[in-house]
Design a protein around this ligand. Sequence first.
Ligand code: NDP
Length: 327
Amino acid sequence: MSETIEKVKCLIIGSGPAGYTAAIYAARANMKPVLYQGTQPGGQLTTTNEVENFPGYPDGITGPAMMMELQKQAERFETDVRNGWITKVDFSGDVHKVWVNGEKEIHCDTIIISTGASAKYLGLESEQKYLKLGGGVSACAVCDGFFYRKQEVVIVGAGDSACEEAHYLSKLCTKVTMLVRRDEFRASKIMSERVKNTENIEILFNTETEEVIGDGQVVTGVKVLNNQTKASHLIPATGFFVAIGHKPNTDIFKGFLDLDETGYIINAKPGTSKTNIAGVFVSGDAADHVYRQAITAAGTGCMAALDAERYLAAKDSTFEVSTSNYN
Ligand code: NDP
């Protein structure tokens, strides 16, 4: 049988900049937040190398170091940070219910969703095969690039992530081949220029992945197609990196929350963190397909905590809105 149902005032789902910022504000407002970290504690930034654009770090900081600092700051105000994965929710009644790891049931007065987004893959059978085998397919150069030092790798994508990862790999690998499906980058000028100016990065425009080739255990090359000339050729490589964007982690909320066609949560009232369910708030990339930055995620995490605090105060006259968040 399941253990006793736990009751919490404020449950935060996710441990990226949105989740931890919500936790800092909620904890300082006496909401005793419980934060579940999910399967990737620290979120997407733990796969980022150098963060140069978060205000307050004039010399830059690595993604993992920044997330550790945010966690420390949330815990300083007694946020209960837990390992665990929310596998199911039920927002149909007055009490918002969630289940952790398919077992533990929690009833929440307020919920702040900060589940972020996950890396997308091409979906090729050969890509998935070597991904599952752990044999040379990765969506995180910072996590896995080290394994390919002094080797040749291929990376697909043309956004800022792909450029950042290609540049990171170029420092470890002898050669990086970048596959760009159109005749131009999507990335910002500064990032694409950096890639273009790196000697051991070769950029193949109008080029798509046909198949990831391997020996049954590990990747040995990538078969690519020029979509203009229709010519295909094989690029020898031991690593295949995918950097083609992300999908919001919102599947468990389907049927309860309003989502757009790509799965991003729709704000019920623009300019707030409110969803269509009272007491359920959203922050970070789960609702943001436009800005998707650590600083905007942190900002919306703050908004969600303030909205949750006001919601609680309106519902429960014994819960006072703290003044600490407003000075
Ligand atoms: P983006 O959505 O910006 O880019 C995805 C890229 O992948 C596009 O170039 C797209 O091609 C390509 N792509 C998508 N599907 C395929 C496919 N099936 N085959 C081949 N290529 C494909 O995602 P990012 O993750 O790069 O960036 C997300 C956001 O985060 C952006 O706003 C970005 O600016 C930001 N960011 C900022 C960073 C920084 O400032 N340090 C670092 C990383 C990200 P196409 O262009 O043809 O559509």
